[in-house]
Design a protein around this ligand. Sequence first.
Ligand SMILES: CC(C)(COP(=O)(O)OP(=O)(O)OC[C@H]1O[C@@H](n2cnc3c(N)ncnc32)[C@H](O)[C@@H]1OP(=O)(O)O)[C@@H](O)C(=O)NCCC(=O)NCCS
Length: 167
Amino acid sequence: MVELLPLANIEASAVEALLDAAFGSDRFGRTAYRIREGTAAVPALSFARVEDGVLVGTIQCWPVAHRAPDGTATPLVMVGPVAVRPDLQRGGYGRALMARMLEAAEQKADSALMMIGDPEYYGRFFGFTADATGAWDLPGPYEKRRLLARAVNGHTLPTGAGMIGPR
Ligand SMILES: CC(C)(COP(=O)(O)OP(=O)(O)OC[C@H]1O[C@@H](n2cnc3c(N)ncnc32)[C@H](O)[C@@H]1OP(=O)(O)O)[C@@H](O)C(=O)NCCC(=O)NCCS
């Protein structure tokens, strides 16, 4: 049986083990972790794929913000990590998790979406681009072409200079 469940239903240790398998246990040093430091995942936008009771995929979203030099803060939702168990990758699970999250975001997201990811994947299938993010900054190293964003649920993107950090 295959289920797409709210991630809040899943034991935290199982989620961490899956993320270690997909990204390696050195993942905590990544810039993405600094952006969302101290925040809790948004329950309505975070999902798990469970097959016969076993966790095989996750997607998490986080409340972050763009802070302009004049102090103006614009809320954003950071998408990711998206993780699929390594032996099941390239089977459509990542796309299904993203599609479920976007369906929920179109109804419930309180702000536009941003992420660090490959435009070849998140642009091609889900409409994320780096068009709005050229003047944004992150609290750690990143490739500009991988800083992606998209409008959702009527929320547009800030395009000016600003640091992305926890909300
Ligand atoms: C990236 C990830 C979530 C994709 O999920 P998946 O279930 O493996 O991939 P899907 O089956 O949904 O999509 C497969 C398609 O996307 C393409 N694709 C997958 N990852 C890609 C990437 N990083 N860049 C470009 N294309 C990619 C595949 O070539 C395939 O295209 P095709 O259908 O034309 O053959 C998954 O592979 C994963 O967990 N990887 C390790 C962790 C990671 O890098 N996560 C993303 C950063 S947040």
